[in-house]
Design a protein around this ligand. Structure first.
Ligand code: FES
Length: 157
């Protein structure tokens, strides 16, 4: 599970204050907020705008421009399935369909209960044991129906 704090304004203000003097403070502040809460809450945007004398639109524009910034709390688990060629040719597509169907979400989405996020990756460097997956940073090679079921059971616990 994550070690992130739940969003709260007092901590957000402290994080903004700590970083406001940094050169080009906007990005350091956004990174620090994401490291603290796991994402950049929309409610942080006016606080940042006030601290840096920017418009809220400017801040929002930067948050949404960079794909690295999450705007919603991260899911508890992240399941990555390799969608690149070697894995596809070894049955990766069918396994991806199974994962999507079982979780009821598409790639780039999280389940509504926040339990798991499904992400595509394009080669994990494990083509020799394709198809490959990664659960919370743990690599899984030679993925098959049985292993996928085990991973899904793990995230559903
Ligand atoms: S293509 Fe999937 S690990 Fe290389």
């Amino acid at each position: 599970m994550s070690g992130y704090l739940a969003w709260n304004e007092a901590t957000a203000r402290a994080v903004i204050d700590e970083n406001r003097a940094a050169p080009g403070a906007l990005l350091p502040i956004l990174h620090a907020l994401q490291e603290t809460f796991g994402y950049v809450d929309r409610a942080a945007e006016p606080l940042i705008a006030d601290a840096l004398n920017l418009s809220r639109a400017d801040v929002h524009g930067v948050v949404t421009f960079y794909a690295d910034f999450r705007t919603a709390p991260p899911a508890a688990h992240e399941l990555k399935l390799c969608r690149a060629e070697a894995c596809q040719s070894m049955g990766g597509d069918r396994l991806a369909d199974t994962a999507r169907r079982r979780l009821g979400i598409g790639f780039g989405e999280a389940t509504p209960d926040g339990r798991v996020r499904l992400e595509p990756v394009y080669c994990l460097g494990l083509c020799s044991v394709a198809p490959s997956a990664m659960l919370d940073g743990r690599i899984v090679g030679r993925l098959d129906d049985r292993k996928l079921e085990a991973l899904l059971a793990e995230v559903e616990r």
